[in-house]
Design a protein around this ligand. Structure first.
Ligand code: HPA
Ligand code: ZN
Length: 341
């Protein structure tokens, strides 16, 4: 834990966070009671002990089930505000947050209910916590292209509330090319493009995300490391990767934290960032992800600062705001190194 103080002191941006994956078991019970919903667990401990996953799908089954307690606009507000407060305590100053509208509309919750609750909390978070934020609408890739187009049409009246679109859920069997036309349309609408790729899926899927979807940012990207020419393309294009170390461990993408590709990515010159993904399910928010990675991979203080700089440089913020945040990173880094000599 030798870098704990540095990690805590640095202002950070979180670029890979699913708001529905930030629902702590305590809140699940609170919302279940408030909305009169039965959940298949007797207490918080039972919920936590169900979070034993060997692959992505094990998690997704429980994750979609957990969403059932989210019904009213206030529920989405409370969920989002709780995440903002928790990550603010980790010195997260900017967040680019995914939400899964189809996880809600498919169970009869209006698109508007979810988006207004989340947006209202993000606006309040700007005022009360000074946190900047963007929202990213993520398509569930196990659903059809037609479903994704319908969701994009539903989103159109709320376009000013999103910065971009993403692609998540079950990766294998649902390659990026399935959504080529949806992503082209989203681009025409002026949206940024992100896609989960190479979490479980092969390097070919990563190539499709780059060459067919023309993504602006890659989520996970772990399996890119299996293909040297792909690594070179990623480096040359300056593509930013949002890696989620504790998520990787919990979902069996890596067997041990020492297998995390973060060290190799840094060495290759990839613009890698660290993120929490679904912190309530994977056992840690931003600082826990930094600490576990730094410990396992023997990261230096300079590595940690690079990862944090990448998080702002890889954000969709305007250049002037990125510059202001980078200045704050430099100041915080300077004050920690002068304290520790
Ligand atoms: N992978 C794919 N889909 C997801 C994830 C993830 O880590 N989290 C929430 N939806
Ligand atoms: Zn994710």
């Amino acid at each position: 834990m030798k870098h704990r103080d540095l990690i805590a002191a640095l202002p950070k941006a979180e670029l890979h966070l699913h708001i529905e994956g930030s629902m702590e078991p305590e809140m699940m019970f609170e919302l279940a009671a408030r909305n009169g919903i039965d959940i298949p667990y007797a207490n918080v401990e039972e919920v936590r002990s169900a979070y034993n996953f060997t692959q992505l799908q094990d998690f997704l089954d429980i994750y979609y089930e957990g969403m059932a307690v989210l019904r009213e606009e206030q529920d989405f507000y409370d969920l989002t505000m709780a995440y903002l407060k928790r990550s603010h305590a980790d010195n997260v100053r900017h967040v680019e947050m995914f939400f899964d509208p189809q996880g809600h509309t498919t169970r009869g919750i209006a698109f508007e209910t979810a988006v207004s609750g989340i947006s209202r909390a993000l606006n309040d978070g700007k005022k009360t916590l000074g946190m900047s934020s963007y929202l990213i609408l993520s398509f569930l890739r196990h659903l059809s292209e037609e479903d994704a187009f319908e969701t994009l049409a539903e989103a159109e009246p709320y376009l000013d509330q999103f910065i971009g679109v993403g692609l998540d859920s079950s990766e294998i069997g649902h390659p990026p090319s399935k959504f080529a036309r949806v992503f082209a349309r989203a681009r025409e609408m002026g949206l940024k493009l992100c896609a989960h790729s190479g979490e479980e899926g092969p390097p070919d899927y990563v190539r499709e995300a780059l060459d067919i979807l023309h993504i602006d940012r890659m989520d996970h990207g772990n399996r890119s490391m299996e293909d040297e020419s792909l690594v070179q393309e990623i480096v040359d294009s300056g593509m930013v990767l949002t890696v989620c170390p504790l998520s990787n461990l919990k979902l069996g993408v890596i067997k041990d934290m020492t297998d995390s590709p973060v060290r190799r990515m840094l060495d290759a010159g990839i613009a890698v960032t660290l993120n929490s993904d679904d912190p309530a399910y994977f056992g840690g928010y931003m600082n826990a992800n930094f600490e576990a990675t730094a410990d396992a991979l023997n990261l230096t203080g300079a590595d940690i600062i690079t990862l944090v700089q990448n998080s702002f440089q890889g954000s969709f913020l305007p250049p002037a705001e990125i510059a202001t945040y980078l200045e704050a990173v430099g100041k915080a880094a300077g004050s920690v190194s002068s304290e520790t000599g």
